[in-house]
Every structure is written in C-alpha cells, then in structure tokens.
Design a protein around this ligand. Structure first.
Ligand code: ATR
Length: 234
C-alpha cells in the first residue's frame, strides 16, 4: 500500500536491514523517503534497491544494468545494433537511458501513447544528447525488447504488437515478462526464427547486482546459474 510505504522504509532503519529490493509500483514513490539517491538511479528517476549504509538509506537502480548483464551473458552485444523498445512505462526509461550510452546504432521506442514515448526520448536527449526515434519503425531490428505488461498472466493471449515484419532469424527478442515463461510475443518471434529470452534472466541479474550493493561484495561469475537452478529450478 503506497500510504504504508513510509512506515515500511522506517522499518528498514528500525530492523537495521542491510537493504531491500523494491518493485513496481513503488520504485518512484519510495525516493522521497530515502536519505540519498545514487547518481544513475537519480537519472533513471526510479529506485529498485535500497541499501542501509550505516543508518543512511541510499537508493540505487540495478534494473537496466541487470538486463544489460543478462544480454551479455546470452552473448547479445548491443553495440552498433538497432534496438526497438516496445512500451514507454516504468521500465522503458532506465533501459532507454542506459542503452543510449552503450554505443548502440539506434534506439526506437514504439508505444500506444506516443506522448509517453516522446517524453522518454526528450528526457534522454536532454540528458546525453542521444536521439531516440518514436513510432517510426525501421525495416528490421537486431534487438527487440517488450517492456509492456501485455501478454502477462492471466492475459496470455494478448500481444504488444501485431506486425512482426521487423523480426527475423538474426533478431534477439526479449520479453521482460516471465509469467508465462513464453508469451505469445516470444512464441510468435521464435516462429520467425528469432532468439528469444524471457524476463527471468533480468530479474535474477538485477537481484544479484542489488545483493552486491547490500553486502558490498562482488559475487562469483557462476552465481547466476546457481540462483537459476536452486531458486527457480531451471
Ligand atoms: P508501468 O507501471 O511500467 O507504466 P504498464 O502500465 O504495464 O507499466 O505500462 C507500460 C507500457 O505498457 C505503457 O507504455 C503502456 O502503454 P501506454 O503508454 O499507451 O499506456 C503499455 N501498455 C499497457 N497495456 C497496453 C496495451 N493493452 N496495449 C498496448 N500497450 C500497452
């Protein structure tokens, strides 16, 4: 409950927790109750990780880097690539901003409400001068990411796009949804020969990065595989 958020945050101090992971819909609201926001979380305008640093609560955001690290793990290098981001909600801004600084060739945002996509494009441009195209799609993309909740359980027969013509067998398609494991969006993309990934990898990586902040340590490289197997049985 949003109205209980302040109490929950004070609970971190009271219980002297090392930190907590924050999920939607609290990622923006929580900022006002923290003592300090780390630079990139401030730029993303959202916090997914709160770290108790000797009583001071510091906000970080590991979502976009979590996705980036997962893509690297899956040998998907976004450098010099044409990227399509579907959706302009909470997840799209951090991903757009982070990716705009990864030497990508281009970023396009496709969204039902163009104004929201334009707002992200303008924000990124004013931050680092990177130009993002809105709703003006190329013939093909190297990487396509669904950041909308369309197709999530129980609406498993819904799909965020109808036209898949820009997806081919060299496209990597990522859905941030992990329930169901294979959304209609991923299934249709796979039928076109694309490499497809669901959102579980990003979920795990953002958590690993958050844990590194909590414990102030560097986790071993095989931690991802261990978590995937031990926690998710995959
Ligand atoms: P968030 O809390 O991150 O904003 P969300 O409500 O799922 O999550 O919205 C994320 C994106 O999914 C939004 O850009 C939204 O489009 P609009 O900007 O037009 O609202 C998009 N989205 C949600 N439901 C959709 C639908 N049925 N069809 C197309 N886009 C949809």
């Amino acid at each position: 409950m949003p109205e209980n958020l302040k109490d929950a945050i004070n609970g971190i101090r009271a219980m002297n927790f090392a930190g907590v992971n924050v999920t939607a819909p609290h990622k923006i609201e929580v900022i006002q109750y923290l003592d300090k926001i780390e630079k990139s979380a401030k730029r993303f305008g959202a916090v997914n990780t709160i770290v108790n640093e000797n009583g001071a609560l510091v906000g970080y955001n590991t979502d976009a880097e979590g996705l980036y690290r997962y893509l690297l793990k899956e040998s998907i290098d976004i450098k010099n690539k044409d990227i399509l981001i579907i959706g302009a909600g909470g997840a799209a801004l951090p991903i757009s901003l982070f990716f705009s600084e990864c030497e990508v060739k281009s970023i396009t945002i496709k969204n039902r409400t163009p104004e929201k996509a334009h707002a992200i494009a303008q924000y990124v441009q004013s931050d680092n001068n990177f130009f993002i195209e809105v709703n003006n799609l190329k013939k093909r993309y190297d990487v396509v990411i669904n950041t909308t909740s369309v197709g999530m359980y129980p609406d498993i027969f819904k799909c965020p796009i109808e036209d898949f013509s820009f997806i081919d067998s060299d496209t990597a398609v990522i859905d941030l949804i992990y329930n169901p494991e294979e959304t209609l969006f991923l299934k249709t993309s796979k039928n076109r020969g694309a490499k497809t990934l669901n959102g579980l990898g990003m979920l795990i990586y953002q958590g690993l990065l958050a844990y590194e902040h909590f414990a102030d340590i560097k986790l071993p490289n095989n931690t991802y595989e261990i978590i995937k197997k031990e926690v998710f049985g995959k």
